[in-house]
Ligand binder design. Structure first.
Ligand SMILES: Cc1cc2nc3c(=O)[nH]c(=O)nc-3n(C[C@H](O)[C@H](O)[C@H](O)COP(=O)(O)OP(=O)(O)OC[C@H]3O[C@@H](n4cnc5c(N)ncnc54)[C@H](O)[C@@H]3O)c2cc1C
Length: 413
């Protein structure tokens, strides 16, 4: 068995690295070890923001977070901003026109490299290839066991093992299940920040199409959320940031969610009908194929005309009646898709649900097991797309690391 460690951090992702660094900053003499299941820490981080790492956002607010942890903003406001935290480890950050914060290098590798350099400088030990499968509480310490039967005794534990999303980066929910078997309760778990599945027959001809528009999520006719941006169509799902941000609603409205696309959100109904009248006049010698090609890419133009009118595209534009123009405009502004569910975990970026907020105190310490702290996506917090999830990982990691280290005062060897 290894020498007793002061703090063992389970999971070397975003929140685990932040937690370990903060714990060591607060308690430089503490022996801090990161136990990571994969062959290296921070693999998921490298894939974030399409390799650019959207690490935070200028517009922080509770409306960007969902889940049962009540004090998310208190934790975020009680820890350094991402710019301050990364500035302190040499990473210069800047925001784009939408307020999304990236490293100035536009490279996620810069972020991971800086975290690892700081961890190394502080003497934090990375123990990779250690897949935690048991946490035992003894009268003297905690004992963390791995799949291979290794045991790690420690005085405190920080659990930063993530959720279920993107299992290709090591996160398969195994530690959530482990905590559940130890008495923690979980909220409903489903993919968030993910494409949403709809009936594939309704997407025929649209695969690969991208369009700007407004997405409205509705349940039983009630508007739940609206967002504008680029909508992407795949063979069986709707995608794009504004769709991703609706995925967390599935856990509440499972089976009763509709996405309404307004593909001309910059025009009102009368402006759109007026535009169609002009096109009908200008292109009077053309077939229906040319009715919407000034508004949309060809595949989408054909799809909308066919779905609205149910007529062959070889018919002349001149034969359209005023009512037909209104039917088309109506569909362009109200293209409805019933949501069948979200895309599988490997396509999701975040986990909605997790260890319930009731299970941890203000310091993110488990109420039922003093000495064990939780941070990051393992908790029931999910943020919108745009840097909110990494901000939660940094802030909750720093808070857990700080409180965990403080709880050790007077207990160091
Ligand atoms: C493709 C992709 C792009 C993303 N882009 C962004 C973005 O640009 N901005 C943003 O804000 N968010 C983004 N996210 C979400 C963000 O990456 C996560 O919310 C964040 O990484 C969660 O941090 P975490 O520390 O809780 O978990 P993770 O970063 O997932 O780290 C958990 C670690 O624990 C390890 N682990 C798991 N089980 C065990 C075990 N049993 N024993 C030991 N170790 C274990 C895992 O291998 C992993 O290294 C993205 C996610 C994905 C998948």
């Amino acid at each position: 068995m290894s020498k007793i460690t002061d703090i063992a951090v389970i999971g070397g992702g975003a929140s685990g690295l932040a937690a370990a660094i903060e714990a060591k900053n607060v308690m430089p003499k503490a022996r801090v070890v990161i136990l990571e299941k994969l062959d290296r820490v921070g693999k998921k981080l490298l894939a974030t923001g399409n390799g650019r790492c959207n690490l935070s956002n200028m517009d922080m607010g509770s409306h960007h977070y969902h889940g049962s942890v009540k004090n998310v903003m208190r934790i975020i406001n009680g820890t350094p901003t991402a710019k301050e935290f990364f500035g302190s480890i040499g990473v210069v950050c800047s925001a784009d026109s939408k307020g999304r914060i990236y490293p100035r290098s536009n490279s996620a590798a810069t972020v991971l490299n800086a975290l690892r350099l700081r961890a190394k400088e502080l003497g934090i030990i990375e123990r990779c290839g250690f897949e935690t499968n048991f946490i035992e509480s003894t009268p003297d310490c905690f004992r963390i066991s791995s799949e291979k039967g290794e045991k790690y005794p420690c005085k405190r534990v920080i659990v930063a093992a993530g959720g279920y999303a993107a299992p290709q980066f090591g996160t398969d929910g195994s530690v959530i299940r482990l905590l559940r078997s130890n008495g923690c309760h979980t909220t409903k778990i489903c993919p968030a920040v993910a494409p949403l599945r709809v009936r594939p027959e309704l997407l025929k001809g649209l695969k690969g199409v991208r369009a700007k528009g407004k997405v409205t999520a509705l349940s039983a006719g009630r508007i739940l959320k609206e967002e504008t941006g680029e909508i992407q169509f795949t063979e069986s799902s709707l995608s794009g940031i504004c769709v991703f941000n609706m995925a967390h609603l599935i856990s509440q409205y499972d089976g009763k969610l509709t996405l309404r696309l307004d593909l001309a959100s910059d025009m009102d109904m009368e402006q759109l009908v007026g535009y169609l009248r002009i096109i009908q006049y200008q292109r009077s010698s053309c077939t229906l194929e040319e009715l919407l090609t000034g508004l949309f890419v060809r595949n989408l133009a054909f799809y909308l005309t066919k779905r609205a009118l149910g007529k062959p595209l070889t018919e002349p534009i001149s034969a359209l009646k005023e009512a037909d123009l209104r039917t088309i405009a109506q569909l362009i502004k109200n293209l409805d898709f019933e949501v069948l569910g979200s895309a599988p975990w490997k396509e999701a970026q975040v986990t909605s649900g997790g260890i319930s907020g009731d299970c941890v105190d203000e310091q993110l310490q488990l109420r039922g097991a003093k000495g064990i702290f939780l941070c990051g996506e393992i908790l029931d917090v999910d943020g919108d797309c745009g840097g909110y999830n990494l901000q939660w990982a940094w802030s909750s990691g720093i808070m857990a690391g700080r409180c965990c280290a403080n709880s050790l005062r007077g207990a160091l060897l």
